[in-house]
Ligand binder design. Structure first.
Ligand code: HDD
Length: 694
């Protein structure tokens, strides 16, 4: 801003901007124009404050009340707007309006989150990610409040407070933040064998996604689809990312949390702003009572999934997120998801976790948003007509007109307000219900290990290694050795090899296996869909290459590299010793996106180092430049480099280690096909060589 924008100086000497500079008039919340927003009203220039200063009081009062309670779980989140497009109609299976017409779009708002950390915690915690979608359908809002993992820790909602208390910071010391690597969490789960399947998932790379754009989502529970004839099917919901799944490695996650704690939200914001809209396919697994009866597990048990090999996922639509929020608080913070929000054609099942959730979400919104009218907040309001006789309450914004606030009434169709629609109105599926009133867990929920094992054996060797690493890391943080040991007992039911590896690394004897509630099933087949790497889509689209470059590098090579990546739908950032950028060998200047201290290689999916002979001399002694290459190497990334840059690799001791994923670029032509190669995303063969526990 130029100094011309100041019309006068305050008495204190500070420049003052006023309406004379072309700005709009500032007012109080009451619309009263403000003459001075720099000094409160006082008795004499050096005297005490006067209570009558309504502008001061209003401004400070409002500031004092800016915060609302953060969500008790999933406090840290990031949301975006978009649409759902129906690509395959489901009219034979559900009457839900959004699935009736191919090509029709329904607006959505989606919020992703971590579970355990508070609002200000880092994005790359090892944690489940929330994946909550609000569909603004023509027949009301449908909230599909899921996670990026298809199963859950517990079977009964009554245990949710215990689970969450154990996972969050310990109550006496107030730490650790956003981590499960502490005694309370592992104490609880090791005493709750039903958690073992979920434990395998959170110890896998699913819990450290590279981007919110590169993860799957799941409705988790079994729901019901009901068609126009009242016939019901069971359904499970799946979100599949268009760009495929991708995760980081743990050492990288730790460093990203330091380099950019907002890594995931920034990535989402940047992608949408760049027009590279994140996209997922919506798939459904539809099955009937007959399948449910013959399936090995109870479909009402949220600690179990149905392998895609048993019931294929039918793709019925796609979700595109194409608009960032205008205001984070108004939209992302105030959005209120409720599992109870369903629409005609969709219904609940008797899953005891889902039934309990249906109470909790509405209840929590009242606390968080301050009253029963949170549905009047624009982000929560349906986009279809709303007509009812509910009235008043705190902050009522949309209020009925006329005298009718009850029914039946005698005021006729013009003034008498709305009435029920017996044909199209929501009807619960008329399921037969019988049984004694009791507190009990069905025996069909008692197998806690079989699917944990199935998940483990479905992984590639490198993914299994990551799980052993994660378990070792987490358990190594416990102060109580007995809890470590108890977990090893459970792991023996999952896989003896895994239990043995973790026991060795913790220097513990393997304990006896705990007695299972029911004998685990043997012989469940591996399911490829459960592995990130087996379902890889091999593309660099939507990924980012970080080029560390110095003055004097070849303009032709630099430009060829940039085009190769951008033409493949990737992004490129220039990292340079100075933020002013670099001058290429044709004297052209390119501004840097990051100064090297602020652009470590952990922020990129692959890296390149381009240096001139003189330039590289600077890099070899620079700690951030040295970390840039040694981290990229240790994190199994693809690394392209110009011949002059090799000195940097030699200097950090990598000269003999360079492998086929270190790609030498001598001339511009060498970049041809590089984007395809980088589509593999990591060169996992390297990992065993760079890891003590290899
Ligand atoms: Fe929950 C928030 C997902 C079990 C109680 N949950 C919340 C959010 C997600 C989930 C994504 C954040 C929504 C947003 O972005 O605003 N929760 C799940 C999944 C579960 C699950 C996939 C198991 C399948 N949750 C669960 C249980 C209970 C709750 C069993 C309680 C009985 N969850 C809540 C809550 C939250 C919440 C306390 C906190 C903030 C909010 O609701 O809006 O009501």
């Amino acid at each position: 801003m130029s100094d011309d924008n100041y019309s006068e100086l305050d008495k204190g000497g500070a420049p003052r901007q006023t309406v004379k500079d072309g700005y709009e008039t500032m007012t109080t919340q009451q619309g009263t124009p403000v003459s001075d927003d720099q000094n409160h009203l006082r008795a004499g220039a050096r005297g005490p404050m006067l209570m009558e200063d309504f502008h001061f009081r209003e401004k400070i009062f409002h500031f004092d009340h800016e915060r609302i309670p953060e969500r008790v779980v999933h406090a840290r989140g990031y949301g975006a707007h978009g649409y759902f497009e129906c690509t395959d109609t489901l009219e034979d299976i559900t009457s839900a309006d959004l699935f009736q017409r191919k090509g029709e779009k329904t607006p959505v708002f989606t919020r992703f989150s971590t579970v355990a950390g508070n609002k200000g915690s880092p994005d790359l915690a090892r944690d489940v990610r929330g994946f909550a979608v609000k569909f603004y359908t023509k027949e009301g809002n449908w909230d599909l409040v899921g996670n990026n993992i298809p199963v859950f820790f517990i079977q009964d909602a009554l245990k949710f407070p215990d689970l969450i208390h154990s996972a969050k910071a310990e109550p006496d010391r107030g730490f650790p933040q956003a981590q499960t690597a502490h005694d309370n969490f592992w104490d609880f789960v090791s005493l709750s064998p039903e958690s073992m399947h979920m434990i395998m998932w959170i110890m896998s790379d699913r819990a450290i996604p590279r981007s919110l754009r590169f993860m799957e989502g799941f409705g988790v529970h079994t729901f019901r689809f009901v068609n126009a004839d009242g016939k019901a099917h069971f359904v499970k919901f799946h979100w599949k990312p268009k760009s495929g799944m991708q995760s980081v490695v743990w050492n990288e996650a730790l460093k990203i949390n330091g380099a950019d704690p907002d890594f995931h939200r920034r990535d989402m914001w940047d992608a949408i702003q760049a027009g590279d809209y994140p996209e997922w396919e919506l798939g459904v697994q539809v099955f009937d009572e007959a399948f449910a009866e013959t399936f090995d597990f109870d479909v009402l048990d949220a600690t179990k999934l149905i392998p895609e090999e048993d019931v294929p996922v039918r793709i019925v639509g796609r979700m595109v997120l194409d608009r960032v929020v205008d205001n984070f608080f108004a939209e992302t913070e105030q959005v209120a998801f409720c599992t109870q929000n369903i629409v005609p054609g969709i219904d609940f099942s008797d899953d005891p976790l889902l039934q309990g959730r249906n109470f909790s979400y509405l209840d929590t919104q009242i606390k968080r948003l301050g009253g029963p009218n949170f549905t009047h907040i624009p982000i929560n309001a349906p986009k279809c007509p709303m007509r009812h006789f509910q009235q008043d309450g705190h902050m009522a914004m949309t209020n009925p007109k006329g005298r009718a606030n009850y029914e039946p009434n005698s005021w006729g169709t013009e003034e008498g307000g709305p009435r029920e629609d017996p044909d199209k109105g929501f009807k619960s599926y008329p399921q037969e219900v019988a049984g004694s009133k009791l507190r009990a867990r069905s025996e069909t929920f008692s197998d806690h290990y079989s699917q944990a094992r199935q998940f483990y054996v479905s992984q590639t060797e490198i993914e299994q290694k990551h799980m052993a690493d994660a378990l070792t890391f987490e358990l190594s943080k416990l102060k109580t050795v007995a809890i470590r040991s108890r977990m090893l007992g459970h792991l023996r039911h999952v896989d003896e090899g895994l239990a043995g590896t973790v026991a060795d690394r913790l220097a513990l004897e393997l304990p006896d296996k705990p007695k299972p509630a029911s004998e685990p099933k043997t012989g469940l087949k591996a399911s490829d869909a459960l592995s990130i790497l087996k379902s890889a889509r091999k593309t660099f689209a939507g990924r980012k290459l970080g080029i560390l470059a110095t003055h004097g590098v070849s303009a032709d090579l630099f430009k060829a590299l940039k085009s190769e990546i951008e033409d493949a739908g990737g992004m490129v950032e220039l990292v340079a010793p100075e933020i002013g950028g670099i001058t290429l060998d044709n004297d052209e200047t390119v501004p840097a996106d990051q100064k090297i201290d602020g652009g470590p290689s952990v922020l990129y999916d692959a890296v390149a180092v381009l240096a001139s002979k003189d330039g590289v001399k600077k890099l070899v002694n620079d700690a951030p430049s040295r970390d840039f290459v040694s981290d990229a190497f240790a994190h199994c990334k693809y690394i392209a480099y110009s011949p002059e840059a090799k000195a940097l690799f030699d200097n950090v001791g990598l000269s003999d280690a360079m492998d086929e994923a270190c790609i030498r670029l001598e001339a511009p032509g060498d970049v041809k096909g590089l984007a395809d190669t980088l589509g593999a995303l990591r060169y996992w063969d390297r990992e065993r060589k760079v890891d003590l526990d290899g």
